[in-house]
Design a protein around this ligand. Structure first.
Ligand SMILES: [Zn+2]
Ligand SMILES: [Zn+2]
Length: 255
């Protein structure tokens, strides 16, 4: 990830209210197009300029060639308001995972955690992050389905991590094959598999188990088949069913 400063400079009018509203719509459209990450963007009004600070997946994420119709619409609206838009890279975000550089990954994994700001698509070959705009759009010319699944997943993961309110609810959503969250995630994986012809796996988190031995004999919750891996994948996944495109881990409590 990179940290970028967005600068919106008045060249004609000084209609701050309209400019702020349009910038907000532009940032929303950029987010739904995978061009910017996270959902908290500090904005400041600084004399002739409105400035904001954003996270982007790659140095060239904001290139106009990646823009969709919504992004172009709000950029044009800003231009009509007499507001000049520019992006300046401030530097690499040091805590971020590397971006996938594979030409054609053999498979993808839909994976996120409560602290992740990155795209929830990981490359199966290098475990690198795959910016969403590398995929065909999955929902009305954008990635709304993936981004809203990600924020709901993170909400459940936060409940599970904080162990105070709704812990059981959060854990159920993250780990049960038939939960509402899992169904939506599996649906997204099927859509990506269909659109890219690259198998996309869904991860079912397992937090508690009866014992390591009992865990190892767990079967795929969809087809009931064997799915235990003798070598864990990326130190995270101990189970993998290629038929159902599912991954899981030996319960953290006994791993
Ligand atoms: Zn890769
Ligand atoms: Zn299966």
């Amino acid at each position: 990830m990179f940290v970028v400063e967005g600068a919106f400079k008045y060249t004609l009018s000084h209609d701050t209210e309209q400019a702020l509203e349009t910038i907000d719509l532009l940032l929303g459209a950029l987010r739904m197009n995978g061009q910017i990450l996270g959902r908290e963007y500090p904005v400041t009004i600084d004399g002739e300029k409105i400035r904001t600070f954003l996270l982007i997946p790659e140095e060239n994420s904001l290139d106009e060639s990646r823009a969709n119709d919504y992004v172009l619409k709000w950029l044009a609206k800003l231009e009509n308001l007499g507001v000049e838009t520019s992006w300046g890279i401030l530097g690499v975000e040091p805590y971020s995972a590397p971006v996938c550089k594979c030409l054609r990954p053999k498979f993808y994994i839909l994976y996120t955690t409560y602290v992740s700001l990155e795209s929830p698509i990981r490359c199966g070959d290098c475990w690198g992050v795959v910016p969403l705009y590398r995929l065909p759009t999955t929902s009305g010319g954008e990635y709304v389905d993936i981004i809203s699944w990600q924020s709901d997943y993170q909400a459940c993961d936060t409940l599970q991590m904080n162990c105070s309110t709704g812990e059981r609810f959060g854990t159920f959503q993250l780990s049960k094959y038939g939960s509402s969250l899992s169904k939506r995630g599996i649906d997204i994986c099927s859509r990506i598999t269909e659109l890219t012809r690259i198998a996309t796996y869904y991860y079912l988190m397992q937090s508690t188990g009866r014992g390591r031995k009992a865990e190892q004999t767990r079967k795929c919750p969809s087809c009931g088949g064997e799915w235990y891996l003798t070598e864990p994948l990326y130190g995270l996944f101990d189970f993998r069913c290629d038929q159902c495109r599912l991954l899981s881990n030996i319960a953290w409590s006994v791993r």
